[in-house]
Design a protein around this ligand. Structure first.
Ligand code: PEP
Ligand code: MN
Length: 339
């Protein structure tokens, strides 16, 4: 239940409503705005919700009470119109279109720095790179760990770009926070609730990738876990789901973009690299994301994709990334987005 107070409600009136909500058996999560206060009531009260709504709405200092039947409340569109996540001068959400680019995996200094400088010159805003890599195979490369984080921090110094990198283990959240500007939660960990709770405590933005099997409702509930920890800086990322198709690695669900815009106020970006698994399809999927209303993309780029330790087949060369940025500009203008 979301209770919107009248613009002129006094502190006493707000306290009165909070007390009534508690007596109904809800927990309260107030937001004291400059213009008006909004109180979210969560929990499973004894009282009939419609009854509670009627009682509160009869108060002259309550403007509106909305029942939220969805299993997520704070990340829902009913709670807020729009969230903009700000990181190092870059906005994700709003009218800006954020481009995150870089290698799948941090391999060595030369590979990372070369990629970082090239994507920055081409117009990317945020540098991506995995130091801790989840892998389906226990035999593949699992990343450089702390050494990879150090290299990312140096690449940030070199280029001034904020960095996004994945955290897989709740025990590593503190460490990754010391280096990263955005914490990435990978598809395989979307329902790792201990990890979600841990990044909920962090004071860094989190990009939550959609589980490759997850419905929108499950995904938004995962985001709600992060929110409930106190972290409201959440970016959703559609990265493709499993279907019967085998030509592509995943099926990029472009529906997710307008659907999430209907359901939630959180920004949503698209990962056309994992969403297709093929470098040749990445430019079209990126343009589709922008056209569908996404708030940005995260794209894998490598100086020599054929020699990449991971995800070479879906990585763009430095030149291909430059071309992609060029082709995005006219569409961004049509869509009213700043690149
Ligand atoms: C990645 O971004 O390199 C990655 C592992 O992504 P996902 O979790 O979507 O597979
Ligand atoms: Mn990858």
């Amino acid at each position: 239940m979301i209770v919107v107070m009248q613009p002129g409600a006094t502190p006493e009136q707000i306290r009165d409503v909070e007390e009534r909500i508690r007596q109904f058996g809800f927990d309260i999560h107030p937001i004291y705005g400059v213009e008006r206060t909004v109180i979210a009531a969560v929990g499973a009260p004894e009282l009939d919700r419609n009854e509670a709504k009627e009682q509160l709405e009869s108060l002259p200092y309550v403007e509106q009470v909305t029942l939220v039947l969805k299993p997520y409340k704070f990340v829902s569109k009913k709670f807020r119109e729009q969230t903009v996540v700000r990181v190092g001068g870059v906005e994700v959400g709003g009218t800006h279109f954020a481009v995150m680019a870089g290698p799948c995996t941090v391999e060595n200094e030369e590979q990372l720095f070369k990629t970082a400088q090239a994507v920055q010159q081409a117009g990317a805003h945020i540098l991506r790179g995995g130091a801790y890599k989840p892998s389906t195979s226990p035999y593949s490369f699992h990343g450089l760990g702390r050494e990879g984080l150090e290299l990312l921090a140096r690449a940030r110094e070199l280029t001034g770009m904020p960095i996004i990198t994945e955290v897989m283990d709740p025990r590593n959240v503190e460490l990754v926070c010391q280096y990263a500007d955005i914490l990435q939660i990978g598809t395989r960990n979307m329902q790792n609730y201990d990890l979600l709770r841990e990044v909920g405590q962090a004071r860094k933005p989190v990009m939550l990738k959609r589980g490759m099997w997850a419905t929108y409702e499950e995904w938004l509930q995962a985001a709600e876990y992060i929110w409930l920890g106190g972290n409201e800086q959440i970016i959703l990322c559609e990265r493709g789901i499993r279907t019967f198709e085998t030509y592509t690695r995943n099926t990029l669900d472009i529906n997710a973009v307008p659907a999430i815009k209907e359901l939630s106020h959180l920004p949503i970006v698209v990962d056309p690299s994992h969403g297709t698994g093929r470098a040749s399809l990445v430019p079209a999927a990126t343009l589709a994301a922008l056209a569908a209303g996404a708030d940005g993309v995260i794209v894998e780029v490598h100086p020599t994709p054929a020699r990449a330790l991971k995800d070479g087949a879906q990585s763009l060369t430095l030149e291909a990334f430059r071309d992609l940025m060029r082709s995005l500009r006219p569409l961004a203008e049509v869509m009213g987005r700043q690149l």
